[in-house]
Design a protein around this ligand. Structure first.
Ligand code: ZN
Length: 260
């Protein structure tokens, strides 16, 4: 049976029977892959720390007769160990992992999304950017690469540019994927989120800039708060579900990340 190797980040693991695990990885050259790790629950030594969520490992896999390939060997390359000791970091990163797990197709490479995940995990690990800013960056880039970035420039109904409005805030229409100008606001039914023009411009800049320059942008605490609120409403609306890890993150945030 054929062997292959790849480098991948662990997105999700679930128990299978008494001894095994089914693990979903994000591989740089194969996209999402699901593997069976035989006896992983029986012997912790067999795969070492490679089975921690969001760890980066080199894998050797075997294509079997069944649908799932088998994980034969793994070598840990980057454990991102600060996630294990910081509930704030872990709760943000778990949400990013779940979004990718829900969005990615099996065996369909997504190199740009892989580079994005690696960048935000490395930045989280080395502390070069606060988790809240990485969270905004990840969501904007994720939507842009995946083809459903929000329109933050024109009224989604009449196309009037937002820049022509004297209003400081606009009502973002979730289903329409864009803001509503004052004339169209009453005509369009459906949920909307209030967003200031300044925060909208900053988010647009984050989405359009190279990853390496994203840290230059300074968000005020108020702008972080309303941008979070906006993205965490818009993204699940277009994904068609609310990830469980988002509810967990929002609950912890409300409690002020009590275990940090
Ligand atoms: Zn309009």
């Amino acid at each position: 049976m054929e062997l292959y190797s790849t480098t991948a980040i662990l997105l999700r693991r679930i128990s299978y029977g008494d001894h095994d695990l089914i693990i979903s990885y994000f591989s740089w050259d194969q996209g999402k892959i699901s593997l069976m790790a035989k006896s992983a629950r029986k012997s912790r030594r067999r795969f070492g720390g490679c089975l921690e969520i969001l760890s980066l490992s080199r894998l050797i896999c075997r294509k079997g007769r069944g649908k799932l390939c088998l994980l034969e060997e793994s070598a840990l390359q980057q454990p991102f160990s600060s996630l294990r000791s910081d509930i704030r970091k872990l709760s943000y990163a778990s949400y990013w992992a779940e979004l990718l797990y829900l969005w990615l197709q099996e065996n369909s490479p997504q190199e740009e999304l892989y580079r994005l995940l690696l960048f935000v995990l490395e930045s989280l690990e080395n502390g070069s950017m606060p988790p809240e800013i990485l969270h905004l960056l990840f969501q904007m880039k994720f939507m842009q690469i995946s083809g459903f970035a929000p329109n933050l420039s024109n009224c989604c109904c009449c196309r009037k540019p937002v820049s022509e409005s004297k209003e400081i805030h606009y009502a973002f229409h979730l289903a329409g994927g864009g803001p509503l100008c004052s004339s169209c606001r009453e005509k369009q039914p459906g949920p909307r989120v209030l967003l200031s023009k300044g925060s909208g411009n900053q988010l647009r800049w984050l989405g359009n800039s190279p990853l390496e320059t994203a840290g230059r942008l300074r968000f005020s605490p108020q702008s972080v708060k309303e941008s979070q609120h906006f993205l965490e409403a818009f993204l699940p609306c277009h994904l068609g579900c609310t990830p469980r890890s988002l509810q967990f993150l929002q609950q912890l945030r409300k409690e002020g990340f009590p275990f940090s």
